[in-house]
Design a protein around this ligand. Structure first.
Ligand code: ADP
Ligand code: MG
Length: 342
């Protein structure tokens, strides 16, 4: 075969292979877009574990009528323009590939209205056909993305979907994780029309603790110490579990870098070391931690789904995390009576 350029549709489906692993990855991309749009309230409606419907509605800035077709085009973004922007990026998105990827493997409808517009406008794309000619719609200010029949046109991918319950569990866990990164936003999650989560915006510390309790269980706040450390431009805040409050699985560990939930070996190592002397062998610590640093010091473009980051000064970050946690744990009064949960 001679060399030829691939059709756009196929290019998008290849990109979808990296970004859209399962229904929860669609939810992640769409909710991140709502974050970037300055939403205060996000509604997430799911049917059949997301295989039938994923619908995300926000009250954010919306998209200009003329930009709607671009929103569904590859490498089109409103978030960065230059390499310098990329190196300082503070938004969740910047690659301009989520919407085109999703629309290449599902039936997608995008409805959006900006402040001051007379009405909302709607465009559609479904992997084979698209209607980028915006149609009027009564939607209020903000955006709704309606994604139906995920992987309907890629049977090999659809086969990998797990049971409705498993896929929904992934979505629920994801929304809880995202809700812990943005206390200022309200989240409502439904599955098959049944309300599963309804988290009001939580600005006061007491409301924040309530949100944490509803996500991590009510013991969490009682069994954790609140921390707030800053040094050399790095800040670490959040809650760390007392050594006596540990788990058999690493299922209550949340680590955010500049608001982004990540998995990172260096971070995991620093935390493990800090707990090393105080935790029984094989037990897993419990924490909700927020690391804030200059976006220029962390490369978030290390993974298509942005689950990994690269720290420009890894050693500094590692040592900062270790000493902040080590000190917090050392400050806990010896003999303080706590219960262990499993
Ligand atoms: P990225 O987020 O990387 O820019 P996406 O494909 O996710 O790429 O979205 C493309 C563009 O569509 C965004 O840059 C943004 O301008 C617009 N957009 C997507 N979702 C929303 C939303 N919920 N509210 C406002 N604008 C949105
Ligand atoms: Mg995006």
């Amino acid at each position: 075969m001679r060399i030829h350029l691939l059709p756009t549709q196929l290019v998008n489906q290849i990109a979808a292979g990296e970004v859209v692993e399962r229904p929860s990855s669609v939810v992640k991309e769409l909710v991140e877009n709502s974050f970037d749009a300055g939403a205060r309230q996000i509604h997430i409606d799911i049917e059949q574990g997301g295989a039938r419907l994923i619908k995300i509605r926000d009250d954010g800035s919306g998209i200009d009528k003329d930009d709607l077709p671009l929103a569904l085009s590859r490498h089109a973004t409103s978030k960065i323009s230059t390499l310098d922007d990329l190196e300082h990026v503070a938004s969740m998105g910047f690659r301009g590939e989520a919407l085109p990827s999703i629309s290449s493997v599902a039936r997608l409808t995008l409805i959006s209205r900006t402040e001051g517009a007379d009405c909302a406008w709607q465009v559609r794309a479904d992997g084979t056909e698209s209607n980028f000619d915006p149609q009027p719609d009564p939607h209020p200010k903000g955006t709704t993305v309606d994604v139906r029949d995920l992987f309907y046109n890629t049977p090999a991918r659809r086969k990998f979907l797990k049971s409705e319950k498993t896929e929904f569990d992934h979505i629920e866990t994801l929304i809880k994780r995202m809700a812990l990164s943005r206390f200022d936003i309200g989240f409502r999650l439904t599955h098959n029309q049944k309300e599963i989560l309804n988290l009001k915006p939580a600005l006061a510390p007491a409301e924040q603790e309530k949100r944490i309790a509803s996500i991590c269980g009510s013991a969490f706040i009682d069994q954790c110490v609140k921390i707030d450390f800053a040094s050399s431009g790095l800040e670490l805040t959040g809650w760390v579990g007392l050594p006596t409050y540990s788990r058999s699985q690493p299922d209550m560990q949340f680590f955010y870098v500049n608001g982004r939930l990540i998995k990172d070996k260096l971070v995991a190592h620093a935390i493990k070391q800090a707990y090393q002397d105080v935790l029984y062998h094989g037990r897993q610590p419990v924490f909700v931690l927020y690391l804030t640093l200059d976006p220029a010091l962390v490369d978030v473009n290390a993974h298509p789904a942005k689950l990994e980051v690269r720290f420009r000064e890894g050693r500094l970050v590692h040592d900062f995390l270790f000493s902040a946690l080590h000190r917090s744990l050392a400050e806990v009064r010896p003999g303080q009576q706590q219960n262990t949960v499993t």
